[in-house]
Design a protein around this ligand. Sequence first.
Ligand code: ATP
Ligand code: MG
Length: 424
Amino acid sequence: MTEKIKAIRGMPDILPKDTALWLGFEQHWRQLVAAYGYEEIRFPIVESTGLFKRSIGEITDIVEKEMFTFNSKDNESLTLRPEGTAGCVRAGIEHGLLYHQVQRLWYSGPMFRYERPQKGRYRQFYQVGVEAFGLEGPDIDAEHIFMMKRLWGWLGVEAAVSLQVNSLGSSATRNEYRKQLIDYFLKYENELDEDSKRRLHTNPLRILDSKNAAMAEIIHHAPKCHEHLDTESRVHFEGFLQLLTDAGIPYTVNPNLVRGLDYYNRTVYEWVTNSLGAQGTVCGGGRYDNLVAQLGGEPTPGVGLSAGIDRIILLQQALGVLQTSGIDVYLLHFGDGAEQKAFLLAEKMRTQIRDLRLVVHCGGGNFKQQFKKADKIGARLAFILGEEEVRTNTIGVKFLREAQEQRSISINEIHQFLTQYLGR
Ligand code: ATP
Ligand code: MG
């Protein structure tokens, strides 16, 4: 037998048994961004390597070891995007969308990181994100929190996620804090692991992020960034927290939350869950007021978030969020004249209700066999068209997901029945 070609490691297929949840997520997401007036932007999957080096930072996990980088035929170094903000900002600058304007943008699509694959951590994974430009105040930072809170509710995972926040202050504060951290960690240099030693002089903030239990005590006593904020950043942070409190959104200030990328300043946050083991962060975000200028644009404040769809779907599955196939009606037919009538009726129903999801049984079989198919496919309703129904111009309706008696309705009532039942 010829050898089978397999998928690339860490790049999973998403199969029909799971795509209903993915589709559900995408529908909720689109509703969410529309409700807040965000517009979609689409940028390429491949960009110049320099874009990511300059924005994310040379001494970060992503740039040091996680990028899929290759040379094009004309010897240009290209990289599969590991995240969305850099490409979004690049496109915004290139097309004059940012300078002196307020923009609320969203994106969605695959991202690529060369990581050790495990559950919830892949080499091709999917993110949605929002980015807002031209707004300095903490109100827009809070808006992003409100959005995600609403989304968690819609997805049925609200009880399983919690919000951690921190402020990194201005770039000046951050630099000052960086020095303090170096001084502090130098005292414990021998107790640091290899990664942390390497980062000590280049990116000491990342040491705070370490999950190494042997260093937990040292990290716990390290100077705290949010206690050394410049006045403006402190006021900004307090304003942000007040808006969360006013909206009744619980949060924890986590002084060790620094996020892995270099471009953040002031607000940073993560939505985390305990239901997914080590891959517990489902969404991360924050402010990046210097990034636009750093990438060659006019100075423009920015703030955004990205959420990992793969992990959100895993979370829904872990919580047993109801997964339906998305099929509304499965149409069974048997007996003389039923098949022809079924197909005509199906076409008519699809014309009457634009977003009806209807499957007509194909391949024959008796009532029992067809009914099994309807159930297996996960439809909400079975419509039955047998000899009796053809004769009396009616249809039998069986409720597959609710405890309701089977009933018979006239063909002319189908439209009214479906719009009422589906609420569309
Ligand atoms: P982690 O600490 O888990 O590595 P991260 O800080 O690298 O996450 P971000 O760069 O903030 O992640 O990306 C935003 C979100 O994208 C994460 O919260 C997560 O849900 C998702 N994500 C990141 N990397 C992966 C991956 N390799 N596979 C699946 N989802 C991912
Ligand atoms: Mg990571």
